[in-house]
Ligand binder design. Structure first.
Ligand code: NDP
Length: 614
């Protein structure tokens, strides 16, 4: 949507400053309106009861038969994804030997254990994303890591820090309870295990529990159906690299066009006899430009390079500035452009700094330009004009998780691939034979749900177990009116217990970075508690109050209109941002700022806010 022709944008791939802000705002509003639903986040269906089979683990064979374990250990980590792995590694580095990790899956890896769909990969650069690369010695093959390589890195991390010792796989915690009489957590599992732990750390992950769309008739479909995080290669053939030979004679449908669908659709398109992509909201898909790593360049990296690289990426993607952009990709490009435009405007006006409303206007203009480029690319790549138009996203770049891919759009030029645009309404119905859109039934052999994961549901529902602290207080009761923590990690009335989550904690698009910030902090506190001979370490009520108040104060300065004006997604509670709980949900500061705050707290040395009892 440009005032003039966007020929200049076509030449250099940039739309220039010709965007019509008012027209785009109106279009974004109109598109948002189409997608608002009264049931917001409640539209989704929990994978339980008649849908429970959607969560079955496809990566293990046979039944697990082992005797129940009874043990007494220093630390139990719940979850074997990056949270459990990195915390385990940091604890090992600080000398903790007695620990166990309890994990639902058949191996370490978390997200990367479950998600093995064709094309699975991460679009945060390998050298920033893979945690503790220097320690493990992993050598990525490409700029962006494919899923199997990340999964292998997780296993290598576990081997390096001896985390397989004592790990309990295919095991789900079903009760976690503080026993005051012995000052131990009692961890019970679905395998009959009873672990007594001095400390527990809950690392159950984010985007972990798959969800189904609220479409009537899901249970009626008689063809093959599965969620992308539980891919059925027994049916499709092939592997994470594609080559899905089992689909050669199949009519396949995929519901969803988020980051997961963007990666698997090209493989489905290449293999299926016929592919129908059911779209509710188009994804914003930028250029990916993946390529092989130059091994000589990697060899020359000086020790300490990863911390420096990650911090550079964090700073540039979270509102800060660095002269050098080490990663230089789609994530750092827009923030850098915003910075450069602000500097140029400041110089041009001769002011020391620009007023906040001018900065906001510049940021909006650059965002509009970036999304115009995304739309212009669609028009260039997708040959059928109606399909191209339907694929164009009309919302601000960060209303939804930006995607980066070079094969997704060309897939719609294949004669066997059809985009079924539901114009914001979603699929109408599922029948025993297929999917109904606009009253028309499309018959399918196979239906793939690329419909994402639970985000805003109750913590206990996502974790799968209740936690009971001092005096019988449960986490559900404690958080009935919203999150309460100290530093996002400690909970008053839950001694010796650490929570790893996004709640009241720093946020970053490079998840392993924030997990490591938390892991190092947890390892420090456990180390100090042990060194000081403490029986328990627990956040005081006053510290929790102060942290919640500090977050509310930060939230008051945060511009909520962005979330309120965005098209629905899990970023804004499906179009209904819960303004009250926003005060309590996030740290509202950059991840580096959060890391520095914790580092300063550790340097101060008195464990302020924590109560230690001998
Ligand atoms: P998302 O939640 O992002 O996407 C779910 C999709 O399902 C959306 O397109 C949604 O449409 C659609 N949908 C839901 N209900 C219906 C319905 N009733 N009818 C039609 N469509 C429907 O899940 P993903 O698994 O794609 O991604 C989750 C997250 O995982 C990402 O945000 C990202 O953080 C991470 N990820 C990262 C990757 C990477 O690094 N490249 C790759 C994959 C995932 P609508 O948009 O309208 O809600």
């Amino acid at each position: 949507m440009t005032k003039r022709s966007d020929q200049s944008g076509e030449r250099d791939g940039r739309a220039g400053s010709s965007v019509d802000t008012e027209a785009l705002r109106a279009k974004y509003r109109e598109e948002r309106e189409k997608r608002l639903r009264a049931d917001a986040a409640d539209q989704y269906v929990e994978i339980a009861g008649i849908h429970a089979h959607f969560e079955r683990d496809p990566w293990v064979e046979g039944e697990l038969s082992r005797a129940p374990v009874t043990d007494d250990v220093d630390v139990v980590l719940i979850g074997g994804g990056f949270g459990g792995l990195i915390t385990g590694a940091r604890l090992r580095q600080s000398g903790v030997q007695s620990l166990r990790i309890v994990e639902k899956g058949g191996d370490f890896g978390g997200t990367w254990y479950w998600n093995r769909y064709p094309g699975v990969a991460c679009d945060v650069e390998s050298f920033c994303y893979l945690p503790m690369m220097e320690e493990v010695g992993t050598k990525p093959t490409s700029k962006y890591p494919p899923g199997p390589e990340i999964f292998e890195h997780c296993r290598a991390l576990a081997r390096k820090f001896d985390l397989y010792r004592g790990a309990l796989f295919r095991t789900e915690v079903n009760d976690l309870r503080w026993d005051e009489s012995v000052s131990r957590w009692i961890v019970r599992t679905d395998r009959g295990d009873t672990l007594r732990a001095r400390f527990v750390c809950m690392a159950v992950g984010f985007l972990e529990k798959p969800k189904l769309p609220g479409i009537p008739g899901i249970e009626l479909f008689e063809g093959k159906a599965f969620h992308t995080s539980r891919w059925d290669y027994g049916y499709t053939g092939g592997d994470a690299n594609g080559n899905l030979t089992g689909l050669r004679d199949k009519r396949v449908g995929v519901i969803g066009t988020g980051a997961t669908a963007v990666q698997c659709v090209p493989h489905l398109g290449a293999s299926a006899q016929q592919l129908f992509v059911f779209q509710r909201t188009p994804a914003g898909v930028g250029v990916r430009n993946n390529g092989p790593v130059d091994p000589e360049w990697a060899e020359r990296l000086a020790p300490g390079w990863q911390k420096r690289r990650i911090e550079n990426f964090q700073t540039l993607t979270c509102g800060g500035y660095e002269e050098e952009d080490l990663v230089a990709d789609g994530w750092t490009d827009v923030p850098k452009r915003v910075h450069d435009a602000i500097v140029a405007a400041t110089v041009a006006t001769g002011q020391a700094s620009l007023p906040p409303e001018e900065i906001a206007a510049i940021a909006e203009r650059i965002d509009h330009e970036a999304m115009e480029e995304v739309r212009a690319r669609i028009a260039r790549v997708v040959r059928d004009p109606a399909t191209a138009e339907a694929l164009k996203p009309y919302y601000n770049q960060f209303c939804k998780r930006p995607c980066f891919h070079d094969e997704y759009l060309p897939t719609f030029n294949r004669p066997n691939v059809k985009l079924v645009d539901t114009k914001g309404r979603g699929v109408e119905r599922i029948t025993k034979k297929g999917v109904v859109v606009d009253g028309v039934e499309i018959e399918l052999d196979c239906l793939v749900y690329a419909t994402g994961f639970e985000v805003a549901t109750e913590y206990v529902r996502r974790a799968g177990y209740e936690t009971t602290g001092r005096g019988g207080l449960t986490i559900s009761e404690k958080w009935r009116d919203g999150y309460r923590t100290f530093h996002g990690l400690h909970l008053h009335d839950f001694p010796n217990c650490f929570m790893m989550s996004l709640a009241q904690s720093g946020y970053t698009l490079n998840f392993p970075y924030m997990i490591d910030v938390q892991a190092q902090h947890i390892a420090y506190v456990i180390g100090e508690a042990m060194a000081r001979g403490a029986r328990t370490v627990e956040a005081s009520e006053a510290a929790e109050d102060a942290w919640c108040a500090a977050l509310a104060e930060r939230a008051a300065h945060f511009d909520r209109t962005f979330a309120e004006q965005c098209t629905p997604s899990y970023y804004n509670n499906e179009g209904r941002p819960d303004v009250k709980s926003l005060d309590r949900n996030f740290f509202f500061g950059g991840p580096t700022e959060f890391a520095e705050l914790l580092a300063a707290w550790r340097a101060e040395g008195t464990l302020q806010g924590l109560v230690l009892e001998r």
